[in-house]
Design a protein around this ligand. Structure first.
Ligand code: SAM
Length: 270
């Protein structure tokens, strides 16, 4: 490696992740919220704008549309009638705030490894004071982390590629959650299904029973739902199943395979 490249490489704090999370807000996140989300959708919903219909299990907006991915998260919270929910990697806090608005009876919290993200979240949603906290999901498990019924992530694990951190994160998400984990992630960035199965078979997961489902929102978004309960959703058997229909990105799939290959699961006796 050339000297300049080596210097640049060493200056990077996270060698494999897609972003340096300390600089992420200034870098691109704020821009993404305003250009990708707020230009087309309601990022922050008003009181009374959303309604969950328990008969159809859907969330309807009486104002601007909600991004399909965000809508699915809210629909799952309603369908499972959850009393407590936590978002890991909550960034600017919009999903936490919207869940609080739609489900005032549900205890909703959020964690993020970036103090700048949490500052942005409080700027956008001062009412989240006391509901959000600093948390790195790739750290060894902490008993101080919330222990809700469902933990969810959106666009978090897909960006983690440092060593085996994404596997640590997946096992931590499951240990944090009493019953369910919802992964709203780009399903080409990791082999989520096979990685989770390997973690389970290798004895890395807190739950004895693991069911893997594919959930689909009323406006077409897909996500992976893990549960220690039997639920009435389509069972998801493989990564290729959830990837079917998506235009393959050979770069992402190659990196996903490299990430999986770094895992040493269980204890193979010699
Ligand atoms: C692409 S943003 C998504 C933010 C939010 N979930 C959303 O959909 O708008 C990724 C977020 O994950 C956070 N993050 C990255 N690695 C993390 C980790 N190890 N533990 C907790 N949060 C993390 C980042 O700081 C950032 O706020």
């Amino acid at each position: 490696m050339k000297l300049l490249q080596r210097l640049f490489y060493k200056k990077r704090k996270f060698y494999g992740d897609d972003f340096d999370w300390e600089n992420y807000t200034d870098d691109s996140y704020h821009r993404r919220i305003t250009s990708d989300i707020e230009s087309k959708y309601s990022a922050i919903v008003d009181q009374g704008q959303l309604h969950f219909d328990p008969v159809t299990g859907t969330v309807q907006s009486h104002g601007d549309d909600i991004h399909p991915n965000h809508l699915l998260i809210l629909e799952i919270i309603g369908q499972l009638q959850l009393k407590s929910v936590h978002e890991v990697g909550c960034g600017g806090g919009d999903h936490v705030a919207n869940a609080v608005t739609l489900y005032p009876e549900t205890k909703v919290t959020g964690g993020d490894r970036g103090a700048t993200q949490l500052d942005l979240a409080l700027q956008r949603h001062p009412e989240l004071k006391g509901k959000i906290g600093l948390q790195d999901i790739t750290m060894p498990f902490s008993h101080q982390w919330p222990n809700p019924e469902l933990v969810y992530t959106q666009a978090v694990i897909m960006h983690i590629h440092t060593a085996v951190s994404h596997l640590v994160a997946l096992s931590n998400l499951i240990r944090m959650a009493q019953n369910h984990v919802l992964l709203m992630e780009n399903i080409q960035c990791h082999n989520f299904v096979s990685d989770i199965k390997s973690l389970h078979e290798g004895g890395h997961l807190e739950w004895k029973t693991l069911n893997i489902y594919q959930v689909t929102g009323s406006t077409g978004a897909n996500a992976i739902l893990l549960s220690n309960q039997e639920l009435d959703y389509p069972v998801l058997l493989s990564d290729s199943e959830i990837r079917s229909g998506a235009k393959p990105s050979s770069r992402r799939l190659k990196r996903a395979n490299e990430d999986s290959a770094r895992g040493i699961f269980g204890f193979d006796q010699y």
